[in-house]
Design a protein around this ligand. Sequence first.
Ligand code: EPU
Length: 443
Amino acid sequence: MHAFVIEGGRRLEGRLRINGSKNAALPILAASLLTDQPVTLRDVPDLADIRNMLGLLAELGCPHSKRDDGGLALRVTNHSSSHARYDVVRTMRASISVLGPLLARRGVARVSMPGGCAIGDRPVDLHLRGLAALGASISLDQGDIVARAPAGGLRGATVFMGGPFGSTVLGTANILCAATMARGETIIESAACEPEVVDLARMLTAMGARIEGAGSPRIVVRGVDQLGGVEHTVMPDRIEAGTLMCAAAITNGDVTLENCPIDTMIAAVDRLACAGVSVRPASPTEDRLRATVRVTAGRYLAPIEITTQPHPGFPTDLQAQMMALLTLAEGNSVVTEKIFPDRFLHVAEMARMGARMFRQGPTVVISGVRKLRGAPVMASDLRASASLVIAGLAAEGTTTVNRVYHLDRGYERFEERLNALGARVERVGDRTLAPNQPAGSEA
Ligand code: EPU
């Protein structure tokens, strides 16, 4: 198990290209199960979660190979297993994304029911209700969800995806995939509007699916008999981009990000601007999904309010990183988490670095301090770990962020990328933790 040792206080400067999006790539990889034709994907990031998904797809009869040009080639060669086992699902919740594609293509799916995780309960009731509305019978056997399509296959229906915390991103992806080959028309109401759903719809459309309205709360799908092969480039990762923006800002840096999906980051850029961080196009661009932007920040940071919301609101996946930044703002900031109300594992750890935070339920008040001080810290989820790295970049002295396997699930060679911008982050063997710590599965 590895840890990061960070020497804080170095200004970040330079240029980086944003990687392909983890959360777009995961359901897109699962959608490869929808066809027997070749699927080629570009810009799939090299991450622990992606390797887990590729392992699961291989078990489901869809092996992959790396192409010379860096693309990933996948093709279904065997339909005999439709079982996503407990051992796989417990290391990665996004395994649930194979449910819709398996059901649509093979008429049956057996997927271990994901449990809770570090950021909350994470039920999948909306996924199951949606599939049931398309005619699937759903039961639970030995902790596995068993879904079966009726004789004659899934049939189109109106499916409502709204829950107590808004829509569901992977639930929408599952129903979208299932509906592509259902008989007739499916209307997904209260669909997730996240850009990752739009990217999936783009891929499915290129495979021959008939989809309208992706990116809006009402998606209409007209079922087709079969889907073909596809070549698709995964959208850039807006959460990696936002994380690097926070890292640049907290070090008063000057960082240019290429391949930045700025069009999907309006809420984040708005909040950064209110805090005094400038995010501007570095060159004229037609493609606002792959723009080049320059991030600069002076020493003064203003306190702000943030409420996380479904897209296009401020993303929960950037809440922790923004909070790290606000620990150094001049005044009181207020952060309210409306998607995962307990997603605050970073709060107690940042307090170890001198941050002043007061939590009341889903709201945290952050009283800015003049400086953070390095300390050994750890967090058991991906974005909380990223926020501790950001805090460590600005802290006086040495910060050791333990258990960086959480970080490796969502950030490709994060320390190398930060070091390329002038940070001093060293990956070392974990000094403090016993082996066999259970792997996290919050994404
Ligand atoms: N919810 C339900 N019932 C359901 C599904 C979800 O009540 O059937 C609730 C959840 O408990 C939560 C809210 O709805 O309160 C939204 O959850 P959602 O289903 O949208 O989350 P997800 O699809 O499982 C994806 C990302 C998460 C990201 C959330 C929210 C992937 C692989 N994961 O999860 O990413 O936080 O959407 O935007 O796309 C991360 O990358 O660090 C991460 C956790």
